[in-house]
Design a binder for this molecule. Sequence first.
Ligand code: ADP
Ligand code: MG
Length: 227
Amino acid sequence: MEILKMEHLSKIYGKGETAVKALDDVSLSINKGEFVAIIGPSGSGKSTLLHLLGGVDRPTSGKVYVDNTDIYDLDETQLAIFRRRQIGLIYQFYNLIPILTVEENITLPMLLDEHKVDQKQFNEVVRILGLDNRLTHLPNQLSGGQQQRVSIGRALISNPSIMLADEPTGNLDSQNSEEIMDLLKMFNKTYNQTLIVITHDERIALQADRVISIEDGKISKDEVIHP
Ligand SMILES: Nc1ncnc2c1ncn2[C@@H]1O[C@H](COP(=O)(O)OP(=O)(O)O)[C@@H](O)[C@H]1O
Ligand SMILES: [Mg+2]
């Protein structure tokens, strides 16, 4: 079943002589529960693509459908709600809020959404992430691997149907990388969460169901490697 569809998506940053065409007429369909790796050289448009899929930025032209909803047809308020409820986003440098504790960072999306935190679900998420005894710590009191677990917790707390990760292990050593990927894969398999990971690491790309290569803002290759 298709969960994500992009049609003729283009993104141009800037105007006139300094304009950069970051994405050039990309069309793509992704099924629910798929684990997709996106690879390609630096500057090829990978992060731009992920942001457009997640409702973080608006395309210059083209459409993004999530569960058949045209997300850029939504107004800003509706788009923000869509993002908080449907999309989990993970970045290379964690993007945690330095003055908030681990617990506050994880529950922030729920509070922004005026949703009560489901304590049972919260406990389950922090247990799986191994953060039970770190809840009152601040981000700078944690290792890189732990900080990335917090950002995964924050992304998971609202049960998103789609998890988008932009080089999630780019700042971690190989053992932490493996642990973070195992967590993401576990949520992908257990909850049928659609997982899209940008990576430079071939070992990670080879774990995906499907590998999409981006070059110069276009899809240059799209291969199912684990049917
Ligand atoms: N906010 C921005 N303003 C102007 N140019 C940008 C912006 N974000 C990205 N770009 C440019 O768009 C192109 C694609 O960038 P990006 O999607 O970040 O590539 P990747 O993630 O593959 O490294 C690059 O040439 C980059 O410099
Ligand atoms: Mg990038």
